[in-house]
Ligand binder design. Structure first.
Ligand SMILES: NC(=O)c1ccc[n+]([C@@H]2O[C@H](COP(=O)([O-])OP(=O)(O)OC[C@H]3O[C@@H](n4cnc5c(N)ncnc54)[C@H](OP(=O)(O)O)[C@@H]3O)[C@@H](O)[C@H]2O)c1
Length: 270
């Protein structure tokens, strides 16, 4: 693994799911890790796990969709560790109450999904870039956690896919505009990664099998599958990598929502 010794890295949404897996991978590489999210208990549990790996770790509870949450996270990180080298823009999701076919989506659902997955992600990256540019080191590395949904039709979660597609586009503009500051910006696009949250909906052997059947590597992802790439993208070994959009999906390019949608429509037709 790459050495992240003396690097301070923030993981938004680092208390659960993929973010927790990323935080653990960063800690295994020697980073000082800051995890944020709204659920303070989950953050504390993750910090305990990070410390058990020998890492310096900090939990900063807060809502990433609020300016105060983003700035509070930057301020707490700098107060504790004095510098910011990496920022994993992982917080994101589309709550079951906020998804549905496009002809049913209302403005509240649209706004909640866009606010978290696009607006908060952008302004978090902007805040991180400003802190990195103002630091004594030269630049830093920002990793936007996108999704396979960014690149394909997403029946049932169309606005989520659109938010991730916009985030990928912004990733390349950020990389272009901030490269001269030594700030690299890349995106990682996971396929289906089984988290506690996803297990609430992907909750029958048949549903899981339908997804696994689309994966050439014959299994769903785990949070441990995403972290090592993020560690590489934060490390100095990736010093000439910026503006990259990297899929991590077991070789599967079949969107999850598409499959479920076709299954439902075909069932209704029979
Ligand atoms: N799982 C997958 O199959 C999959 C596939 C492709 C892409 N992704 C992307 O991977 C990232 C992580 O997803 P996941 O599956 O690990 O999701 P998850 O288990 O639902 O976790 C979502 C994370 O985001 C945080 N979060 C949500 N709203 C927040 C807010 N307003 N302020 C601060 N933190 C907030 C949550 O923390 P709190 O609850 O503590 O606030 C939690 O840590 C997301 O960007 C998601 O779009 C996931």
């Amino acid at each position: 693994m790459f050495s992240l010794k003396d690097k301070t890295v923030v993981v938004t949404g680092g208390g659960k799911g993929i973010g927790r897996g990323i935080a653990l991978a960063l800690a295994r590489c020697g980073a000082q890790v800051v995890v944020s999210g709204r659920d303070a208990a989950a953050l504390d549990a993750t910090v305990a796990d990070l410390q058990a790996l020998g890492a310096h770790a900090l939990a900063v509870p807060g809502d990433i969709t609020q300016h105060s949450g983003r700035q509070g996270l930057i301020d707490a990180t700098l107060a504790r560790f004095g510098a910011l080298h990496g920022w994993i823009n992982n917080a994101g999701s589309a709550a079951p109450a906020d998804v549905g076919p496009l002809d049913t989506i209302d403005e509240g659902q649209w706004d909640r999904v866009m606010d978290l997955n696009l607006k908060a992600a952008f302004f978090a990256a902007q805040a991180a870039a400003r802190a990195m540019a103002a630091g004594t080191g030269r630049g830093g590395s920002i990793v936007n956690i996108s999704s396979r949904s960014a690149s394909y039709p997403n029946p049932g979660t169309g606005h989520y896919g659109a938010a991730k597609a916009a985030l990928e586009n912004l990733t390349r503009t950020m990389a272009a505009e901030w490269g001269h500051l030594g700030i690299r910006v890349n995106a990682v696009a996971p396929g289906v990664v089984m988290t506690d949250e996803l297990a609430r909906t992907l909750n029958t052997p048949e549903r899981i099998r339908r997804q696994v059947d689309t994966v050439p590597l014959q299994r769903l992802g785990t949070p441990d599958d995403i972290g090592p790439l993020c560690a590489y993208l934060v490390s100095d070994e990736s010093a000439w990598t910026s503006g990259a959009l990297i899929p991590v999906n077991g070789g599967s390019f079949v969107p999850m929502g598409y499959l479920s949608y076709l299954h439902r429509v075909n069932q209704q037709a029979t």
